[in-house]
Ligand binder design. Structure first.
Ligand code: BDR
Ligand code: CA
Length: 313
């Protein structure tokens, strides 16, 4: 079984891993990649997506989308991802051309053209996906599910209660969660369980391929910023877990629960208010990830990266 997927991302070290997983695992048919401002400005996240797809030898349409959140100003995560958004590995070299249409238009075309309903995996702020929902409601039945990395059932990483992707564009997240399409939320409560230990990083290095080396370098850079900013001994790699949840649903355990986005909180704007115990009486509208099979996840990511073209060592 292969699932048609559109990956909307803001690379980003962990978005880069998500792209490599989506290209390398045969259970995903990557129809297209769309980029959004988030970890860095749109020009940088777009260039980074193209650099990673060139590394992976992937030939898929790529389109740049929104350069700022629906409301307010963009605040990038240079403290985590560096000035380029993908500091660490040397990714110089030719990159493919952009599709020449806006990300939302590319999504629309891919949805219309696909024989099967398409899963949208979103690993950045949800600005592009929200615009798709609002601009082209007629194509939404073509969306099988939206699987997003964002939010948390617990605390945040950008504010005490807010996770980066949701805090960056809370209005977009609110629109997506109320789109009427099935949504899976892969939050920090799960992504903080799969940590890139020294053994994990060595396993990627030991693949002996260019893609393996780049993965190791991405995780090593992330290890440095996560140690500095959060005091983590080993870094999480959030975004590929959203792709993994699509290609092998047994990787994460989800529970249905109502999720609301805090839009007006004085200190909590962008928080994901997850009602795990049914206390609000609201309908359970989101499949919320609550557990992950960590060894299976790393095996799946390593296998996908090993399957990519070898490249220069
Ligand atoms: C999310 O924020 C970004 O910095 C990462 O790429 C990931 O998508 C984690 O909070
Ligand atoms: Ca991301």
């Amino acid at each position: 079984m292969t699932r048609p997927v559109i990956l909307d991302c803001d690379p980003g070290h962990d978005d880069a891993l998500a792209l490599l997983l989506a290209v390398g695992d045969p259970r995903v048919r990557l129809l297209g990649v769309t980029t959004v401002a988030g970890n860095q400005t749109l020009d940088k996240t777009t260039r980074n997506a193209l650099r990673i797809l060139a590394l992976a030898g992937a030939d898929v349409p790529v389109a740049a989308g929104c350069d700022r959140p629906l409301v307010g100003e963009l605040s990038v995560a240079a403290d985590i991802h560096g000035a380029s958004g993908l500091d660490g590995p040397d990714l110089d070299g030719p990159v493919p051309d952009l599709a020449g249409v806006h990300a939302v238009e590319l999504m629309r075309r891919l949805l219309v053209d696909s024989v099967e309903p398409v899963t949208i995996v979103a690993t950045g702020p949800l600005t592009n996906v929200a615009l798709l929902v609002r601009t082209y409601p007629e194509v939404l039945p073509r969306v099988r599910r939206i699987v997003l990395m964002g939010g948390s059932t617990e605390r945040g990483n950008t504010t005490p209660y807010g996770e980066f992707n949701i805090v960056t564009d809370p209005e977009a997240a609110d629109i997506v969660l109320r789109s009427g399409r099935p949504v899976t939320m892969i939050g920090l409560n799960v992504t903080h369980q799969a940590l890139a230990t020294a053994e994990v990083i060595a396993a990627f290095e030991n693949l002996g391929t260019r893609a393996g080396a780049v993965c190791a370098e991405l995780m090593t850079f992330f290890a440095g910023t996560y140690r500095l900013v959060f005091g983590f001994e080993h870094p999480p790699v959030h975004d590929p877990i959203a792709v993994a949840a699509v290609l092998d649903p047994s990787i994460v355990t989800t529970v249905p629960a109502p999720v609301a986005i805090e839009l007006t909180g004085t200190h909590t704007r962008g928080a994901t208010v997850v009602d795990l115990h049914g206390r609000t009486g609201r309908p359970p509208d989101t499949d919320v990830a609550v557990a992950i099979d960590v060894p299976a996840f790393w095996h799946l990511l390593l296998t996908a990266v090993a399957a990519l073209p070898t490249g220069r060592p």
